[in-house]
Design a binder for this molecule. Structure first.
Ligand code: SAM
Length: 430
């Protein structure tokens, strides 16, 4: 029996006995394990120094993607806001921490007073240990600031649940999809706390394997021109379903698609009690003939057809069909990013001001799910693409809701039907 001694910030020693993992549970997906094993020796001897927003850490040869820095920035901004709102330090569980960069940032920037850094791969330990130690000693003011473990994330969530260890924020940064961790993770998020989910499963959101998306997230997803937004909605919808089964409800705080990967991330807030309102958990239809998209509720399932007369509408769902973000939280994140000097960057892909402003625009409740690519409008109008800002302005002048999409830079979100968008594009040109 190995014994893991846990100290929570407010308690003295509470021994949590964890028996050694059976071999089968220790296993990472085989591909990851082979890669990880081959790196173990190298990562102990090499030490690549990195820096993110002024925080220094080393990665060795462990998994680390600089391109995910914006996703980490967003999580740190949110956790700091949560800490300010609660008026106390947060308990954070970084369930798949790699070299520990997130744990380091939650501790030093995100208002965490305790971080549990876990990664199933034991070879990460020296690196995580060094990185966390460089931020803060393991103990400060008689309280433990961090713990490192190497468990399969599902086992860790279950053990924490049994020991009544709950967290204000759980970050699951997995390879592939993370639907298999949803239910057990939700069991250890505090009510009012946050769950940060990741999926790199672009094939399911692209509609290339509807049986897989159905199995993982309960959504039958077909190919749609805005499949990357569908990927975010599939993740939120899947978490909604799991939360509801446990007697909770969730709401999206922000949703973030990044083409590096691609990676789909959603930050969800957990609330007590089931939400019986399913008006934002429905279906999205797309007509390939005229390019029109629309949402359908469960009651409307029997009468799906496109206003253009086409009865062969592609339907995906059930998915989350409400706003992708909370305007209130994202607005606060923008203010904080400006306060900390994180907002502006010469590199467009790192520019948080730009990203968060587009996210705020996307929160307009009049905007339906999906987007129209400007090239698609232009192709149907037999024109060169109009400037995106001119098209958005023209739509707004006519009383339509319209915004850019953070998911697809060359697209507009609008409640104007595709046919009228084509007319507007033609008017702009004449
Ligand atoms: C995408 S990397 C994490 C990167 C890190 N969060 C960051 O921001 O740099 C995924 C990590 O999850 C670990 N992992 C994979 N499957 C796991 C599981 N079932 N339980 C715990 N850790 C796992 C891998 O060893 C790997 O380090």
């Amino acid at each position: 029996m190995s014994s893991l001694f846990l100290l929570t910030p407010h308690r003295t020693i509470s021994p949590l006995s964890l028996s050694p993992l059976p071999k089968s549970l220790q296993l990472l997906p085989p591909r990851c394990q082979i890669q990880a094993r081959s790196r173990v020796d190298a990562q102990l001897t090499t030490s690549t120094s990195e820096s993110e927003r002024g925080v220094e850490f080393t990665t060795g040869d462990l998994f680390y993607r600089r391109e995910s820095a914006s996703a980490r920035d967003l999580a740190v901004l949110l956790s700091s806001i949560a800490q300010r709102r609660l008026g106390r330090g947060l308990r954070v569980l970084d369930a798949m921490c790699g070299c520990g960069v997130r744990s380091v940032r939650y501790l030093s920037q995100g208002g965490a007073d305790f971080v549990w850094a876990n990664d199933a791969f034991e070879g990460c330990r020296p690196r995580i240990f060094a990185n966390l130690s460089s931020v803060t000693p393991r103990f400060s003011r008689d309280a433990r600031r961090w713990v490192i473990t190497h468990f399969h994330a599902n086992r860790l969530f279950c053990e924490c649940y049994l020991q009544k260890e709950f967290f204000d924020l759980i970050d699951i940064d997995s390879f592939g999809g993370d639907s298999s961790f949803l239910r057990s993770a939700l069991c250890v998020v505090k009510i009012g706390g946050f769950l940060y989910l990741t999926s790199t499963d672009g094939r399911s959101s692209g509609g290339h394997r509807p049986s897989r998306s159905l199995a993982s997230y309960g959504a039958y997803v077909q190919p749609m021109p805005f499949s990357n937004e569908v990927g975010l909605r599939m993740l939120i919808g899947g978490a909604m379903r799991e939360a509801s089964a446990l007697g909770y409800h969730i709401s999206p705080v922000f949703s973030y698609y990044s083409y590096h990967g691609p990676v789909f991330r959603v930050m969800l807030k957990l609330g007590k009690g089931k939400d019986d309102d399913i008006s934002q958990y429905g279906f999205i239809g797309h007509c390939n003939k005229c390019g029109h998209s629309q949402t359908f509720s469960w009651d409307e399932l029997g009468q799906i057809s496109c206003p253009c007369g086409n009865a062969k509408v592609l339907v995906s769902g059930p998915l989350w069909t409400g706003p992708l973000h909370s305007a209130e939280y994202v607005g606060e994140m923008l203010e904080l990013a400006r306060e900390w000097g994180w907002a502006y960057s010469n590199d467009k892909s790192d520019d948080l001001d730009r990203l968060l402003n587009v996210m705020i625009d996307e929160c307009d409740p009049q905007l339906p799910p999906g987007y129209f690519k400007v090239d698609e409008i232009a192709k149907r109008a037999k024109l060169n693409s109009p400037p995106i800002s001119t098209l958005i302005h023209a739509l707004k002048m006519e009383g339509y809701a319209a915004s850019r999409s953070h998911v697809e830079p060359n697209a507009i979100k609008t409640n104007c039907p595709m046919a009228s968008c084509i007319d507007f594009a033609m008017k702009i040109r004449t």
